[in-house]
Write a protein that binds this ligand. Structure first.
Ligand code: ZN
Length: 349
C-alpha cells in the first residue's frame, strides 16, 4: 500500500487515491465552468441578512428544526461552543453544539442542520452494536455524507422550508423582513472565497480538491514544504480565481495539516459525492424529494436513511453501503447532475 493510500484509509476505510482521482477529476472538470456561469449572473442582496437575532431565539429555532428533521429529543441535548460538533455518550445520549453570532442566524441554522444530520445517524444505530466498534462510526466520508445530506440536499432545498416557514418566522420574528424566496436565494448564494469553512456548497468542493491535489503533491510527487504556500496560491487562482494575501488565509488556514491529519480532507467531498448517489436512490424508492419535503414529510426521508444506512452503524464500509443502497460503485455523476439542475433553476440559465 502506498503511503498516501494508507493515510486516506485512516479516515475512509477502503478508499484509495486511484478511486478519488477519477471522481475528483470529473468534478473539477464540470464544476469550474458551472461556477463561471453562475458568477456571471446577478447575485442576491446579502445586506438584507445582517439582521440581529438574539442567541436564545437562534437556539430555539435550531432545536425546532432538528426535531422537525427527526431527532429523538428524549435522547438528545444541544449546547453552545465556539466550533459546532456532535458527540455521543451512547446511542441513547447524542449531543450537538452550536455557536450563535448575533448577526449570522443563517450560520447557526445550517450548523444545526449539519450536526443534526450527524446526530440522527448516531441515534439510529441498532442497539445491538452498543458498546462495540459497530456503534463508533469512524468512517468520516460516510458520516459527512449524512450531515451534508441534511445540510445541502435537504436544507438548501426551498421545499424544506415551505411547510415550516410560518413557524420559523414565529420563533425568529426578525426573519419576517425577508421573503422565503429571498431566504432561499441567500442560502444558495455562490461566491469565490478564500476560506474553506465559510464556503458555499459548490465552491466547497473546489476547496477540497485543492487540498487533495496538495496532499498528492506532498506524498506522491515529494513536494517540498517550502514550496507549499506558492503552490497553494497558484491552485487557488486556477480553481477559485482568488489569491490570499497572507498564508494565514491560505495554506495555514486549517488545523488538519498542523495536527498531522493528512488524508482527512478528501472525506468531506466524498460525503457529498455519496449524497448525489443517495439522492438518486431515495427518489427511485420514494419519489421526488421536492414533493416529500413540500408535504412536510421529511421524516419519511429520515426513516429511509435510518433503514438503509444508519442502523448498520460502522459495520459496513462506504463501498459496501454504496453497493447495498445504490447498487453501484462510486460515481460523481449524480452529484454533478444535481448541481447543474439546481443552479440552472436558481440562476435562470
Ligand atoms: Zn460534519
Amino acid at each position: 500500500m502506498q503511503t498516501y493510500d494508507a493515510l486516506i484509509d485512516d479516515y475512509e476505510r477502503g478508499m484509495t487515491q486511484y478511486k478519488i482521482d477519477a471522481v475528483f477529476g470529473e468534478l473539477k472538470e464540470e464544476l469550474i465552468p458551472l461556477l463561471d456561469k453562475i458568477l456571471a449572473c446577478p447575485q442576491p442582496d446579502h445586506s438584507k441578512f445582517t439582521m440581529k437575532v438574539p442567541a436564545h431565539e437562534q437556539a430555539e429555532l435550531c432545536k425546532f428544526i432538528v426535531e422537525y428533521m427527526g431527532i429523538d429529543m428524549e435522547r438528545f441535548a444541544q449546547a453552545e461552543t465556539e466550533h459546532p460538533f456532535t458527540t455521543n455518550m451512547s446511542i441513547d445520549d447524542v449531543r450537538i453544539t452550536n455557536h450563535y453570532y448575533e448577526n449570522e442566524v443563517i450560520s447557526a441554522i445550517f450548523s444545526a442542520i449539519h450536526e443534526g444530520g450527524h446526530a440522527i445517524f448516531e441515534q439510529n444505530v441498532d442497539h445491538k452494536y452498543e458498546g462495540t466498534e459497530g456503534a463508533s462510526i469512524s468512517y468520516m466520508g460516510l458520516h459527512e455524507s449524512q450531515s451534508r445530506f441534511y445540510e445541502n440536499i435537504l436544507g438548501r432545498n426551498i421545499n424544506f422550508w415551505k411547510p415550516i416557514w410560518p413557524k420559523v418566522c414565529e420563533i425568529v420574528p426578525e426573519l419576517k423582513t425577508v421573503t422565503l424566496e429571498e431566504f432561499y436565494k441567500e442560502i444558495n448564494h455562490i461566491e469565490n472565497s478564500l476560506v474553506r469553512t465559510e464556503a458555499d456548497e459548490l465552491t466547497y468542493c473546489l476547496h477540497i480538491i485543492l487540498r487533495y491535489e496538495m496532499e498528492r503533491a506532498i506524498f506522491i510527487d515529494g513536494a517540498d514544504v517550502k514550496d507549499l504556500p506558492k503552490m497553494w496560491n497558484e491552485k487557488m487562482d486556477e480553481l477559485l480565481h482568488v489569491v490570499p494575501e497572507t498564508d494565514a488565509q491560505g495554506v495555514l488556514q486549517d488545523m488538519h495539516w498542523s495536527d498531522g491529519s493528512f488524508g482527512y480532507f478528501p472525506s468531506y467531498l466524498l460525503g457529498s459525492i455519496y449524497d448525489g448517489m443517495f439522492l438518486e436512490a431515495i427518489e427511485k424508492d420514494l419519489g421526488s424529494i421536492d414533493d416529500i419535503l413540500a408535504a412536510g414529510e421529511i421524516k419519511k426521508i429520515t426513516k429511509w436513511l435510518n433503514e438503509k444506512i444508519h442502523q448498520y452503524g460502522a459495520t459496513r464500509i462506504s463501498s459496501e453501503v454504496l453497493e447495498a443502497v445504490c447498487g453501484q460503485e462510486l460515481s460523481a455523476k449524480p452529484l454533478i447532475r444535481h448541481f447543474k439542475d439546481k443552479y440552472a433553476k436558481i440562476y435562470n440559465f
